[in-house]
Design a protein around this ligand. Structure first.
Ligand code: PNS
Length: 160
């Protein structure tokens, strides 16, 4: 039986913290879907197609794409996507107690909705302070985001 998991997120844009979780989760499962999900609670910087493209480039450049599929999902429940692709696990990166408080109810609801389990993965402490919202803020104020994001994202934001 194939072990298939989904790493969902806004990825607006993908950060080195996300990449750490994606690479490590890819080592734990036969197939890993990195899913760009529209989060109505957040105002977006990048269109979903751009986020997907930057994820694909970053994963390819990191040389860890063999068992990774990048996709997007903007209609319906996240667990519907998981069920459609045969995934029984969601993987979420947890940086702090704030993330635990935010993710716990969703994990419980997703298990009740579809029997999909959620695994929380601790990021490398080197990336624990990195978030997409900080990257968006630093970038919009003209700062250098290259210490926080994969090279394709830094290049894209520098050009924008
Ligand atoms: O990167 P983010 O913004 O923290 O990602 C949050 C995301 C998109 C993973 C979260 O909002 C989510 O899981 N959305 C799925 C919507 C859904 O299925 N909700 C019902 C059950 S919780």
């Amino acid at each position: 039986m194939q072990r298939i998991a989904v790493v969902p997120g806004s990825f607006d844009p993908v950060t080195l913290g996300h990449m750490d979780v994606i690479k490590r989760a890819a080592g734990l499962f036969d197939e890993l879907h990195v899913l760009v999900v529209h989060n109505p609670g957040k105002s977006a910087l990048l269109p979903i197609t751009e986020r997907v493209s930057l994820l694909e480039k970053s994963i390819e450049e990191a040389g860890s794409g063999d068992n990774i599929v990048v996709a997007s999902w903007s209609v319906g429940l996240l667990v519907d996507y998981a069920t459609d692709v045969g995934a029984s696990v969601l993987v979420k990166g947890i940086r702090s107690q704030v993330d635990v408080a935010y993710e716990t109810p969703m994990a419980i609801v997703n298990r009740h909705l579809a029997g999909v389990e959620t695994i929380f993965m601790l990021p490398d402490p080197a990336h624990a302070h990195v978030s997409s919202s900080l990257v968006r803020q630093v970038s919009s104020l003209g700062g250098d985001v290259s210490p926080f994001v994969p090279p394709p994202v830094a290049e894209f934001l520098q050009r924008s």
